[in-house]
Design a protein around this ligand. Structure first.
Ligand code: DUT
Ligand code: MG
Length: 601
């Protein structure tokens, strides 16, 4: 219910269309009630001999028309045509209104969801698959339209039509009306109960189909692993198994569907037969009910049944929708983990000093990954982070651009607490190059200018030159205009990395984070970009994480991390002199290097 209220906001943004829809819905309800009346005229007054109803008689007199069969037949035909035309017109108008208003509501919601999801933390995105997030935006957002249509307007229309019809029926024959009112719910309830296995089968069918989708997505996402382990056949077999199950579930639901329509058809016929039976007795009995009235009754009975089905199905529809609404509300109602404070200030251009004060942070409450970290980096210094895998190096640097906030302690940028400044102004001054750089399927130039779309071609080229990338870019089929294939497939790891460096260079940030930017590369490629990296690091505060100690030797300060704590810090020489952890790491490293070298020879 609360989720439904959340969606009301999107209804309210379309007041004009919703008002139109309300008017048209009212008109359709009235038209539906008028539909069987020409037929009644035909049966009672043309084929039968009942006197014309007073108003019609007077109207004919006023128009000085006689009340012969031809004129009346003409009225029946024109009336039927007119009703049909009006009904179709209303249908068109309603469809049009729903298309515009419905889609606007859906896209409004999808837009909000997209914005919300973009501002969620890295941790959220690590924990939720892209597939799930995609379906929340593209599939679940339809719930706002469905809620308006099937929870608000359809039941309102059904209720209104029922009231009008029951009123008209009561004018004709009160007893028969009562009978119809008793029979209709039974008819609805019976077909509703019979529909239960059908709905269960449909649910199973949907589940199996979504498993097929998930299987395709997972296999194709992991295609390098699948192919490397030559598991295509097994994945194909699994697909086949899912496909077989999908076919079986479809067969079952098709069969149940036929049985269901057969049995509910039988029950409907039974109910109509009952009304016909009693109605016929009323025609023959002292009530002198007209044949036309029975026809009206039969049409209304059918319509009543349909409307009651809508009302009866309301609960199921709402239940079905509530799963989608819940998934949507979850996104809309969860505030982003990292957000601007209401009074957050703009961070002025910084010189680049970074200070950690007793920082404790982690991902899972109770399991801190970083414990009581304190250090400070002067503007322009290079700080290297070393330590075993899992020690918390990536976690530590991720606090600087506020991908997450510390649990305790603070991170200060030029003396400003990172939590007190606007995220954008903070992140605008930080450049990041990661181990595996993501490139968008855009042109090379657009990728380099991703952080500064207004950069001129000259600036882009200068950044590419400084990153040692201009050479290979010029050799590409369309140079800077070459569109990069999905997941950067058309470039090698080293080339991708140099584009990422160019991207960071163009942004020209005072603070730079390099998280193992060369560890995915071979020694030779590393050599070719180290130069570019040095240029990138000049005059900036740089945090560099590296497993190869050769890259960190020149750092102004090396922090050695172990299990989330800084166990040593100092320059290369200082740490070697201590003969502890760093010296040990260094020994292993230099012991390894010659052996690798020897193997190469
Ligand atoms: N961790 C999580 N959730 C995450 C990321 C990491 O629980 O989303 C844990 C795993 C690990 C610890 O935090 O035990 C530190 O991870 P981090 O990635 O900071 O380690 P690292 O020093 O960067 O390791 P590597 O050298 O492998 O990159
Ligand atoms: Mg890491």
């Amino acid at each position: 219910m609360q989720q439904f209220l959340l969606l009301l906001r999107y209804f309210r943004r379309q007041p004009r269309f919703l008002a139109l829809i309300a008017v048209f819905t009212l008109a359709t309800s009235l038209l539906a009630a008028l539909q069987p009346w020409p037929m009644k005229l035909l049966a009672d007054h043309i084929l039968g001999s009942a006197p014309l109803p007073g108003p019609l008689h007077r109207a004919l007199e006023a128009l000085s028309l006689d009340s012969g069969a031809t004129v009346l037949l003409g009225i029946v035909v024109i009336g039927t045509l007119l009703l049909f035309a009006l009904n179709s017109l209303m249908d068109v108008a309603l469809t049009w209104c729903w298309t515009v208003a419905g889609r606007r509501m859906v896209y409004d919601l999808a837009e909000d969801l997209f914005a919300r999801l973009q501002s969620r933390s890295m941790l959220f995105h690590k924990r939720n698959t892209v597939g799930d997030i995609m379906s929340r935006i593209t599939v679940d957002s339809w719930c706002v339209y469905q809620a308006a249509e099937s929870i608000v307007f359809s039941p309102a229309h059904a209720l209104l039509a029922t009231i009008i019809m029951v009123f008209l029926m009561a004018q004709l024959d009160a007893q028969l009306t009562l009978l119809a009112l008793i029979a209709a719910p039974f008819m609805v309830a019976a077909s509703f109960l019979l529909g239960k296995p059908l709905r269960a089968a449909a649910k199973i069918k949907r589940e199996i189909e979504s498993r097929v989708h998930a299987h395709i997505q997972q296999t194709l996402t992991g295609i390098p692993v699948v192919q490397a382990f030559a598991q295509e056949e097994r994945e194909a077999l699994r697909f086949q198994k899912f496909a077989d199950a999908a076919i079986r579930s479809q067969q079952r639901s098709a069969l149940l569907g036929s049985v269901n329509s057969l049995s509910s058809g039988l029950i409907t016929t039974l109910g109509s037969g009952l009304v016909l039976w009693v109605g016929a007795r009323h025609v023959l009995g002292p009530q002198h009910l007209g044949i036309g009235s029975i026809l009206v009754f039969l049409v209304y009975l059918n319509s009543l049944q349909a409307q009651m089905k809508v009302v009866a199905g309301l609960y199921t529809t709402a239940q079905g929708l509530s799963a989608n609404m819940h998934r949507v509300a979850e996104i809309l109602e969860t505030p982003p983990e990292v957000a601007d404070k209401s009074d957050a200030a703009l961070l002025p251009p910084v010189r680049g000093s970074v200070r950690f004060e007793n920082v404790t942070a982690g991902y899972e409450l109770g399991y801190p990954v970083l414990k009581n970290i304190s250090f400070s980096a002067q503007a322009g210094q290079t700080i290297a982070l070393v330590g075993a895998t899992g020690a918390g190096k990536t976690t530590l640097v991720s606090l600087i651009p506020r991908f997450a906030d510390p649990w305790q302690g603070r991170v200060l940028i030029d003396g400003h607490d990172a939590r007190d400044i606007r995220l954008k102004s903070l992140r605008d001054q930080i450049g990041i190059v990661l181990q595996e750089s993501f490139l968008f399927p855009l042109t090379v130039a657009e990728n380099i200018a991703y952080g500064r779309p207004d950069a001129s071609r000259g600036e882009i080229e200068a950044a590419a030159r400084a990153a040692n990338a201009h050479g290979f870019i010029s050799a590409l089929p369309e140079g800077y205009e070459t569109v990069i294939g999905e997941r950067g497939a058309t470039l090698s790891g080293g080339e991708r990395q140099r584009l990422a460096i160019a991207r960071a260079l163009l942004k020209d940030p005072p603070i730079l984070i390099l998280d193992e930017p060369t560890s995915a590369l071979d020694a030779e490629t590393e050599h070719s970009i180290i130069d570019a990296l040095r240029r990138l690091m000049k005059h900036r505060t740089t945090f560099v994480i590296a497993h190869r100690l050769s890259t960190v030797r020149r750092a102004d300060c090396i922090l050695v991390l172990k299990d989330g704590e800084i166990i040593e810090s100092g320059t290369h020489e200082e740490l070697l002199a201590r003969k502890e952890h760093y010296a040990h790491l260094n020994r292993i490293h230099s012991a390894e290097a010659p052996s690798l070298h020897a193997a190469a020879i």
